[in-house]
Design a protein around this ligand. Structure first.
Ligand code: GYE
Length: 326
């Protein structure tokens, strides 16, 4: 017979901080690395109970997950929002329940900023500006800045901060360069499969008129490269068109090292420790930054552009070496 006085097993779970994390999905290598970072940070060994939800890129699933977290009375809600808009109602519900919400990666666009406690992620528009500034400098270095440059933009998930900022960085630059033509912009949903599909149809329409394929993440670039090669064209500085990408995942940097991706603008996915720092500060009653940007690099296959300047700030461009791509 069980000993009535034996301690129950609830003491341990009472000490754990409960975190409900609504993740976008598993659409890309970046996302996988991000999920791993969150899971390894918010482990039981570190003092957390993580309730992880994969929304399969659907906002309605994220809203359902957040409602579920509220019902379970978690200590913190962490949200990686698929798109920027549409969060007011559910975040108000979290606020009414007294649960702090930390936004990570992409941003939310809400009418009232008190609906979330803090945000940490990347400056996506700066990423787009860096890529465009590099293209400008690269074309100048190659003596091609007077030539017509035909660009296609394979965009990310429409309405996601990463798409909005990266598209804007390119579009603003196109407006400033009379020789740059944006032939098409169309979403590749941040996935390899869609990136390939979209590139196949762009090639049917424009063929090797395309000079620059601006992919808004690495997985789209992998798909686009497959499509370009399958159509009999060559990618890279000595080929028919160059591919530009974002994220600088391991596989993305390998393709930068081998020259299939000419420029890869970094987007850092390792947000677990950054979110934990915010939670620790909140636990000890400290005030936290409302918004915090992560610093990120720029990686190139070649070295004609050592650095670029944006709004008076210099950003080095690093030529990828074997150990960086490892
Ligand atoms: O660039 C892409 C992912 O929001 C920064 O989402 C993230 C983006 C990342 O699918 O690979």
């Amino acid at each position: 017979t069980p000993d009535a006085k034996a301690p129950t097993d609830t003491s341990k779970s009472k000490d754990l901080i409960t975190v409900g994390f609504s993740q976008v999905g598993a659409e890309s290598d970046w996302r996988t690395a991000n999920t791993e970072s969150m899971k390894s940070t918010f482990s039981e060994a570190n003092g957390y109970e993580l309730i992880f939800d994969d929304a399969q890129q659907k906002q309605e699933n994220q809203i359902a997950a957040i409602r579920n977290f509220i019902q379970q009375e978690v200590d913190y809600i962490v949200l990686a929002p698929v798109t920027e808009t549409g969060w007011d109602t559910v975040l108000q519900e979290a606020k009414d329940a007294g649960i702090p919400v930390i936004i990570v990666d992409r941003m939310v666009n809400v009418s009232d900023d008190s609906l979330y406690t803090a945000w940490v992620g990347s400056n996506f528009e700066l990423e787009g500006k860096k890529a465009a500034a590099w293209l400008d400098a690269y074309l100048k270095a190659a003596g091609k800045d007077k030539d017509e440059v035909n660009i296609v933009d394979i965009q990310g998930t429409i309405g996601a901060s990463a798409q909005i900022g990266r598209t804007k960085g390119l579009e603003d630059a196109v407006k400033q360069h009379s020789s740059w033509k944006l032939l098409a912009k169309t979403t590749g949903e941040f996935t390899q499969a869609k990136g390939q599909e979209v590139m196949e149809s762009l090639l049917k329409q424009y063929g090797d008129k395309i000079d620059v394929v601006y992919c808004e993440n690495d997985n789209e670039a992998f798909g686009a490269i497959d499509a370009i090669e399958a159509a009999g064209y060559k990618v890279g500085v000595d080929g028919d068109m160059i591919v530009m990408s974002f994220d600088s995942t391991n596989a993305g940097l390998s393709d930068t090292l081998n020259g299939k991706i000419t420029l890869n603008t970094e987007c850092n996915p390792l947000h677990g420790p950054r979110v934990e720092e915010i939670i620790k500060d909140l636990q000890s009653g400290k005030t936290v930054d409302k918004q915090k940007y992560v610093e990120e690099g720029i990686f190139s296959f070649e070295n004609s552009v050592p650095s670029i300047k944006i709004d008076g700030v210099d950003y080095p461009v690093t030529q990828v070496t074997k150990d960086l791509a490892a």
